[in-house]
Ligand binder design. Sequence first.
Ligand SMILES: CC(=O)SCCNC(=O)CCNC(=O)[C@H](O)C(C)(C)COP(=O)(O)OP(=O)(O)OC[C@H]1O[C@@H](n2cnc3c(N)ncnc32)[C@H](O)[C@@H]1OP(=O)(O)O
Ligand SMILES: O=C([O-])CC(=O)C(=O)O
Length: 375
Amino acid sequence: MAEAKVLSGAGLRGQIAGETALCTVGKEGAGLTYRGYDVRELAANSDFEEVAYLLFHGELPNRRQLAAYQQKLKSKRDLPVALKEVLERIPADAHPMDVMRTGASVLGTLEPEHSFEQQREVAERLLAVFPAILCYWYRFTHDGVRIECTSDEDTIGGHFLHLLHGKAPSELHRKVMNVSLILYAEHEFNASTFTGRVCASTLSDLYSCVTGSIGSLRGPLHGGANEAAMELIERFSSPQEAVSELLAMIERKDKIMGFGHAIYRESDPRNEVIKQWAKKLAEEAGDSVLYPVSEAIDKTMWEQKKLFPNADFYHASAYHFMGIPTKLFTPIFVCSRVTGWTAHVFEQRANNRIIRPSADYIGVEQRAVPEIDKR
Ligand SMILES: CC(=O)SCCNC(=O)CCNC(=O)[C@H](O)C(C)(C)COP(=O)(O)OP(=O)(O)OC[C@H]1O[C@@H](n2cnc3c(N)ncnc32)[C@H](O)[C@@H]1OP(=O)(O)O
Ligand SMILES: O=C([O-])CC(=O)C(=O)O
């Protein structure tokens, strides 16, 4: 299960574009590992901060190290006043991924990375501050309130939900956010990470790398698929309606968001984990539509196209059941993947050569430049 496809063709498929010690994707037996650990085991037993520590330091923390790390991240959560002022000026109808991109970029002007020796501090600052960047802007522009950007929540997942809803989340919701952040943390040379590595290879600063990565993640073929999946699911009021409309979409050769993967062949190992939690949340919410509709789409896609849900599909209903507005789904991915992105930048910097591939030229033959009056 979760094996890699035989790769060929466009999109740099099948090309080895570098080395990494961070992650394997689609390796037989364990579909996704972070530094050798199966993501399903990490999601069952760990805090997201343990995974962040693992990606940055190479090994899991012990209990004392984890407590110190969580405390350190907690102390870095507040936003500079100048950043709050910028966030207040971004319109309510802006794309929240543009808010994340701008937030990272502005922080880079206020707290620049002067030397690569600061790289871990900068990465931890970004990790700690992203939930507040998103929620400060969202609550100010949608509810007219200036929220506190700190909370006494120990975990980043709990902190995010606390800022968003203005109150402490339930244990179940804390747990699901924690699992979700673990599942999204790292995924080898995906498009947004590769963007970050290309930027790093020019010896640029960490904020530029992360800002570029956010831009790549924003698209619906990558991180944006969780929002697109939600828009699909909530269109239907019953599994029967979902199946008949889906068959028409398949007939029209529409792309069904939240399905398929560039590397996995038969399943995405993150899906089985988030699917279970989405089911639990559906039961808790007394839902009798969204989850059954999701399952009907899942079943039909497999029967008709042999396409399986990727990490994004059941994340849509899981986030929805926790009261998270759809347009904030992809920014949550940023709050998590910033760990993978920055760990890849550290790796690139440690063994760097500028990334500069070649192209096959398919344009016209060489020719003389005609005088402007003769064109
Ligand atoms: C966390 C993440 O970023 S996971 C990815 C999130 N993205 C999505 O969910 C968007 C929907 N999925 C897709 O667009 C694609 O599956 C991608 C972008 C993820 C992978 O793209 P590719 O590697 O090019 O897909 P692949 O080579 O497997 O495609 C094979 C065929 O299946 C089709 N296909 C793949 N995914 C889908 C889909 N979701 N719906 C309909 N058809 C699909 C392709 O169109 C292609 O058909 P063709 O040969 O007739 O052109
Ligand atoms: O690996 C990919 O191409 C996309 C993906 O699932 C991720 O980045 O999590």
